[in-house]
Design a protein around this ligand. Structure first.
Ligand code: ATP
Ligand code: MG
Length: 307
């Protein structure tokens, strides 16, 4: 079997003129939490729908558990649990009753699957409370319980922390971690909140305007962060050429608005400023700071940032 639970090859989805997902090569490894990070409209939900056979690719392929999805849907999809759009729970039934209906539909026998799924997400079994009386956090938990009830190997969760308060977020984080670490599940989740992905994911994919800009381990990503010198200038382009030619600076990024960022600067800042001023470029601001993940994303998304 392939090491990848999910692998896509040049996966593309167009809706008319709109390219929602473009040339995606995604690699989700077994037993890990993969965070798909992207702003609103980046293509996260579309990607997940393609992985779950809920949307048909315009081109490209999806492999699940080492097998092509196309033609094997009936065999592969039951091995996945997903939370992609709110499941249609009955408002007048309790959480237990709702899950029992889905359990019957899925051919699960006895009360055990329902009981265990509720236990896992910390909801009481046979509670009297109706779904309509649930808080948002409880609704979200019930949706996850439904996703894990048939004990799938792979979970695909679209924005599982959406709408939760800070305590709800921390609880959701902890049971997603439990699912991975103690139950050996592979989890693909999406979020537009960078700090959440940073706390939870082992691997990260950055989706921007339908394109996967980066895919790497969280550890590698964190190691990339370091000192950064940011210069606000009248002519960023000319300054970049000057610093490159005169001081041999290679780690330059030109931002929108003419600012220039230099990662791990190894030259004398005073000398750089003098060179720039002598060349007639005015230096409005010079700032040395620790590059954060946030800055990193801003850089790779061409200044737009991520959240
Ligand atoms: N059925 C559809 N028909 C037309 N365009 C669509 C359809 N579904 C999605 N899109 C477009 O594709 C792009 C990506 O949408 P998608 O829902 O995948 O983004 P997202 O990353 O999940 O965003 P959000 O964070 O807001 O949930 C958007 O521009 C969206 O308008
Ligand atoms: Mg979405």
């Amino acid at each position: 079997m392939s090491d990848y639970m999910i692998k896509t090859q040049a996966l593309t989805k167009r809706y008319g003129e709109q390219v929602s997902v473009s040339g995606l090569c995604l690699h989700v490894k077994q037993g890990r939490i993969y965070g798909l990070l992207g702003r609103n409209g980046a293509g996260k939900t579309t990607t997940m729908k393609l992985l779950l056979g809920l949307a048909k690719p315009t081109s490209g392929t999806v492999s699940l558990f080492g097998c092509p999805l196309q033609g094997n849907e009936k065999r592969l999809l039951p091995r996945i649990g997903s939370l992609i759009e709110s499941p249609g729970f009955y408002p007048n039934l309790t959480g237990t009753e709702n899950l029992a209906i889905f359990a019957r539909l899925r051919g699960l026998k006895g009360v055990k699957p329902v009981k265990e799924a509720l236990e896992l997400v910390g909801l009481p079994y046979r509670d009297k409370k109706r779904f309509s009386q649930y808080s948002l956090g409880m609704k979200q938990r019930l949706a996850i319980a439904l996703a894990v009830m048939h004990d799938p190997e792979l979970l695909i969760l679209d924005e599982p922390i959406n709408g939760l308060d800070p305590i709800g977020i921390a609880e959701m984080r902890s049971f997603i971690q439990t699912l991975c670490q103690e139950r050996g599940k592979t989890i693909l989740l999406s979020s537009h909140i960078l700090s959440e992905i940073a706390l939870l994911a082992d691997d990260i994919g950055i989706l921007h305007h339908g394109v996967l800009l980066e895919e790497e381990t969280m550890a590698d990503l964190e190691a990339k962060n370091g000192r950064c010198l940011r210069l606000s200038l009248s002519d960023g382009k000319a300054a970049a050429a000057l610093l490159r030619n005169r001081l041999g600076v290679e780690t330059l990024t030109l931002e929108d608005g003419g600012a220039l960022s230099v990662r791990e600067p190894e030259f004398d800042t005073g000398e750089a400023v003098r060179l720039l001023v002598e060349a007639g470029i005015s230096v409005r601001d010079v700032h040395l700071y620790e590059d954060s993940l946030e800055d990193y994303f801003r850089r790779i998304t061409g200044g737009e940032g991520i959240a």
